[in-house]
Design a protein around this ligand. Sequence first.
Ligand code: BES
Ligand code: MN
Ligand code: ZN
Length: 522
Amino acid sequence: MVKSGADTKQGGTAMKWKLRSIHDPLESAGPDARVLLISRHQIFHASLDRQLQPVLQSLVEKRLFQGQPGSTYILPVWKKDHFETYILTGRTEGPLTAGELRQAAAYAARAAIKLGARRLEMDIPSTMQEFMVEQDAEGCAQALCEGFILGSQRAKHYRREQPEQAQLEEITFQLDGPVEPGFLEAWEEGVRWGSSIGDGVVLARRLTNLPGNLLVPSDLAQAALELAERYGMEVDIINEERLAQLGMGALLAVGKGSAHPPQMIVIKYQGTDTWEHVTGLVGKGITFDTGGISLKRGSGMEEMIGDMGGAAAVLGVMEVLGQRRPKVNVVMVVPTAENMPDGNAVKPGDVITTLSGRTVEVLNTDAEGRMVLADGVTYAKALGAERIIDVATLTGAVEVALGQAATGAVTNDDVFMQELITASRKAGENVWPLPSYPEYWDMLKSDVADLRNSTGRMAGAITAGLFVGTFADGLPWIHLDIAGTSWSRKESGLEAKGGTGVMVRTLTEWVRSQEEIFDIRP
Ligand code: BES
Ligand code: MN
Ligand code: ZN
């Protein structure tokens, strides 16, 4: 086993968050830079620092900085005896949404890293009204923390020379006046959730970025084991021998062609006294997808190191749950395998018996994700899941349909889907439902087995999802196809190049919302 080293570890970033009032005495050293969130309108019409305002106006006139959202400008200003560095960060006019705040913080963070600034200060108006649409201190703090963490994350590289890269170390939010009662508590709660969610997303991104030789199924299992032990969660790593005893024929079939045996990874997070109202989170953990005997073409195949993005997302959620410990119950199930062609590999035409007892005719060995998820969903049910969400880089077809702008979703329960979409809005991630008419279910029928694993080109993202949903056996279920959203080909906004950690935020928000159910129960 190749050790993947520190890149699979998380457990809380070192970033420090402070909140101070403008009247508090200054600590010895000032920040390396000040973040100034400002729109074009404000540059001309708000009452700003008397020295700063004319400078900003001339920047606009010279078209150097226009206050556009997504733009930043580094401005050194001479103050009596030293320079103060401002990171000007554009914003939309009017009150901001949580999403706009998160984005702005990410852009400011990126500028700070480029500048080598480690300690930042940012003014927060104590009256939330003009600043934020939702006007809640908790949501504001959460969005800012997520933005600062995600905007400063960058994929690791493996060059021989490792130039030192600046890290954000400390961010001080400075309040400009008195606050309403409860503000400080809400702010601190927002900082706690925002920084935990940031950590969860960063963990997911790191796992996704690991090359296939540095993350084989046993490495993913090791990362899960370390995570579970860090937070005292129950964990079970099912090896090949036990997979065979249990009858997980679909996962075994997909893993057969690889020198690195498949495993089923289970983590239980129990946040209440009784194991009830359990949510199953099932993530596709293909550490590399060559397509198997139905081999993929060569160009772009290297992106298949990210075919465990679903597993990374659910592990990221477990990281957040471990840090925050909400009153909810979650079982995480990650079927993990490497899809390789080999003398022993599964072949087109093979008939496989899944854990559920259903048989599957393998028509295309490259449709391996739905196979491993079939056993994952069945196993989550066996462990007490009452509703299931699966997350997977499942089809190229979803990227054809929605591009990289939205995660495609399929469900058997429209109310459940509405809840998840509400959570995704809060999280600032796009989830778009695809239909699940009976005609699509019919396409899964096989001449020789209960199901076929490939249905051809038509409605590919939907039929792939419904294949997985078959194994939910009528339990409320949602499938999230992140093939288009889990990997970013360029740096922008919150995203660095590489793994995005998409769905950590949405899933965390939805899971959090389940706390209410325990609050109303005796
Ligand atoms: N992992 C791929 C899907 C994928 C494609 C993820 C592009 C990320 C980017 C999946 O296992 C796959 O190969 N799907 C096939 C299904 C087909 C054989 C029915 C596909 O989409 O072509
Ligand atoms: Mn495949
Ligand atoms: Zn795949």
